[in-house]
Design a protein around this ligand. Structure first.
Ligand SMILES: N[C@@H](CCC(=O)NCCCC(=O)O)C(=O)O
Length: 263
């Protein structure tokens, strides 16, 4: 492969963002939260929102990816994926999202595609790799309520809620450079059984897993239960997280992309 001419600008890394599936009136839509898209741009990457993908399209899709960001969502991972019945039928689900993100996650990790998973995305990654979730953390003895303030303004809902205690020697400590910091919280589900091969990166004061990574994956990967994308540019911890993710996506791009001869 010939080296790029020094003058040729490298394309921004393409970061795939699986969309949620939501009804708008009578019509089904594919949607993604703007704060995630803005944070991907903060990382210096190109966000590509992806609608539902057929299983035979997964590998072709990943051929276009320099990174994957799994967003949060009000919807829950369907508990059938970890062997349980729905505990609270009043809570939203998104089985169309589950249907392709769960098989996609191990494939992306195996390729070494950088993966950053947030909240629902964190839960998806644990379930995709064989773990399980509490469906109502607030009803587990010894666990606090992690749902946050739902009937207030977004500024109040995504304000700091508790600290996270960072495990020594892992990816998270290396990226953020500290062992304790404040995070927001907006989740009713949480990690019950961590999937095999996953390493705890941080815990809440009540012991709930707040971050993990796959230690043996070939590429950058970090899954967090809080929302670093919320006003990311003004949060030094978030800036470090998204910078590390963007750097990993740029490195992956440089290792895997043919130069575009026409640029
Ligand atoms: N539904 C799951 C995950 C919660 C989650 O992702 N919350 C964020 C929703 C809105 C946003 O994207 O900020 C649970 O309740 O555990």
């Amino acid at each position: 492969m010939s080296a790029l001419p020094a003058s040729a600008p490298a394309r921004k890394p393409a970061v795939l963002v699986p969309a949620c599936n939501r009804m708008v009136g009578e019509h089904p839509f594919h949607i993604a939260g703007k704060k995630y898209i803005d944070a991907i741009r903060l990382a210096g990457c190109l966000p590509l929102i992806v609608p539902f993908v057929q299983s035979d399209e997964l590998d072709e899709l990943l051929d276009h990816a320099d990174g994957v960001l799994l967003t949060g969502s009000p919807s829950n991972v369907h508990p059938s994926h970890f062997g349980e019945d729905v505990y609270d039928p009043s809570l939203p689900l998104d089985q169309d999202r589950d249907a392709w993100t769960l098989p996609m996650i191990p494939r992306a990790l195996a390729r070494g595609i950088p993966l950053f998973a947030i909240c629902r995305g964190f839960q998806e990654a644990n379930v995709a790799l064989g773990g399980s979730l509490y469906q109502a953390v607030q009803e587990v003895p010894g666990q606090r309520d992690h749902r946050g303030i739902t009937d207030k303004t977004p500024e109040e809902q995504y304000d700091f809620a508790h600290e996270v205690l960072v495990e020594a020697g892992g990816t998270l400590e290396a990226v953020v450079g500290t062992r304790e910091f404040q995070v927001n919280t907006a989740h009713g589900q949480g990690v019950k059984q961590l999937a095999p091969g996953l390493r705890v990166e941080a815990r809440a004061p009540d012991g709930l897993v707040e971050a993990f990574s796959m230690a043996n994956a070939p590429g950058f990967n970090l899954c967090v239960q809080w929302h670093p994308e919320w006003k990311a540019a003004s949060n030094p911890i978030s800036v470090r997280l998204f910078t590390a993710f963007g750097d990993a996506c740029r490195a992956y791009r440089d290792r895997h992309r043919q130069p575009d001869p026409d640029r």
